[in-house]
Design a protein around this ligand. Sequence first.
Ligand SMILES: NC(=O)c1ccc[n+]([C@@H]2O[C@H](COP(=O)([O-])OP(=O)(O)OC[C@H]3O[C@@H](n4cnc5c(N)ncnc54)[C@H](OP(=O)(O)O)[C@@H]3O)[C@@H](O)[C@H]2O)c1
Length: 244
Amino acid sequence: MRVAIIGATSALAHETAKCFAKNGAELFLVARNAEKLQAVADDLKVRGAPRVETYVLDLNELERHEEMLTTAVQTFQGLDRLLIAHGTLGDQRKCELSVAETLQELNTNLISIISLLTLSANYFEEQKRGCIAVISSVAGDRGRGSNYVYGTAKSALTTFLQGLRNRLSKAHVSVVTIKPGTVDTPMTAGLKKGLLFANPRVVGEGIYHAMQSGKDVVYLPGYWRPIMFVVKSIPEKIFKRLSL
Ligand SMILES: NC(=O)c1ccc[n+]([C@@H]2O[C@H](COP(=O)([O-])OP(=O)(O)OC[C@H]3O[C@@H](n4cnc5c(N)ncnc54)[C@H](OP(=O)(O)O)[C@@H]3O)[C@@H](O)[C@H]2O)c1
């Protein structure tokens, strides 16, 4: 199996990649930090990946996406799975004070991913098989005062993936929307850890299984599905008064 992982230095991507490595997948890893990327690649080789290739790219350089994806396909003479994992949990307060900051967050968490999906969808559609998985978030299920810029990106991403799934199902390509709740990774290092925080290994394994079985939408861990059902059911009149 040939798998491309975009944002491969993310803790969740790395945990997912460990499962692919253990199961003998060839891996094409993309990230912006060359040193971190090499460390992840070395680790995955030790864990059993027969071949690991790396590609250094800041994913906000949209004009280089096509070249990167073409390289991935040519390197392995095809691609079976694609995981898009990069993202930033920006500072909501800074976004409120700066349009530039808001647009930067939307560029990283939404626009760069739409660019990657637009290009890769055509490849998979023509191939008539494969799987595209993207890490969205429960934050996209309902806008909250504390992180609605990030939530907006994830919500729009979820809608984009819904439409893409509808289109690509005709070509037997699965599109997996992954919605983690809070996970203990570098992204949440500054947040107070509550009971609901999950272990990144557990979530990475969940992402791997969802990709292998071609699921549509997965909440990880699964307890987030009923939690978000309740959160979404709260009437706006009440919800707007809560400090969330
Ligand atoms: N942790 C959570 O609680 C949680 C919950 C729901 C969803 N998610 C989503 O899960 C995904 C992975 O996050 P994580 O928890 O694994 O956090 P993480 O370890 O901090 O990973 C984020 C990754 O995104 C990369 N990245 C950010 N901007 C980039 C850019 N312009 N170009 C290339 N790479 C870029 C970072 O690279 P550098 O290391 O070079 O900065 C890092 O590898 C994200 O999409 C996040 O939104 C996380």
